[in-house]
Design a protein around this ligand. Structure first.
Ligand SMILES: [Zn+2]
Length: 192
């Protein structure tokens, strides 16, 4: 009898341990959060407008207490424009005396607007202070497999991955800016 109680106690401790480490292998942070909860952005490329605004809206409606708002080029914290590199996108954070003072996001041209939206959502994640996460399905996966993050399911033919952020991405942002991780609504894939 005492042996059985001991086993139950051990099992309970084990289950508790499982629940205490839900974030193992989840989102990673890099370089600290943005100094404000509002990030002003300016997009230099008219052809990118839909992709950039859709990505900004995904973050703005995520539940994390941070907002990307459009501004003039002069007032922008983040400038988005073309990059001629082979990588799909890139985010460079500018610091002054260790403080984040701005960011430059480059998006490779020639990608379709759906991929561009996904790439922009990923780069804005870097702007917010998120690093790559490859242990679970996340927009912050380091690699894009054609049209979806490498650890997420591929969209069926004729569809795109319109769920631009995943729970893990939002949890990372909420850990930096506060807010709540809202249940993800809407379909994972949408018709192109
Ligand atoms: Zn990245």
């Amino acid at each position: 009898m005492p042996k059985r109680i001991l086993m139950r106690a051990t099992l309970a401790a084990f289950l508790l341990a499982l629940f205490l480490v839900p974030s193992a292998g989840a989102y990673h942070l890099e370089g600290g959060r943005w100094p404000a909860n509002t990030v002003r952005y300016y997009n230099e490329v008219p052809a990118y407008t839909w992709a950039v605004d859709t990505a900004a809206y995904a973050w703005n409606s995520s539940g994390a207490r941070v907002q990307f708002v459009k501004s003039s080029r002069r007032d922008a914290d983040v400038l988005l424009g073309i990059r001629w590199f082979k990588v799909a996108g890139e985010a460079r954070i500018r610091r002054f005396n260790g403080r984040i003072v701005g960011a430059r996001v480059g998006i490779r041209n020639g990608q379709d607007r759906y991929v561009m939206a996904l790439v922009t959502a990923h780069e804005l994640g870097h702007v917010l202070g998120l690093d790559h996460e490859d242990g679970v399905c996340a927009t912050m996966n380091s690699r894009l497999d054609v049209d979806h993050p490498s650890q997420c399911p591929a969209p069926p033919p004729g569809m795109w991955a319109c769920r631009l952020l995943r729970v893990d991405d939002v949890r990372g942002a909420v850990s930096l800016y506060g807010g709540t991780v809202r249940p993800i609504r809407g379909p994972e894939f949408c018709p192109r």
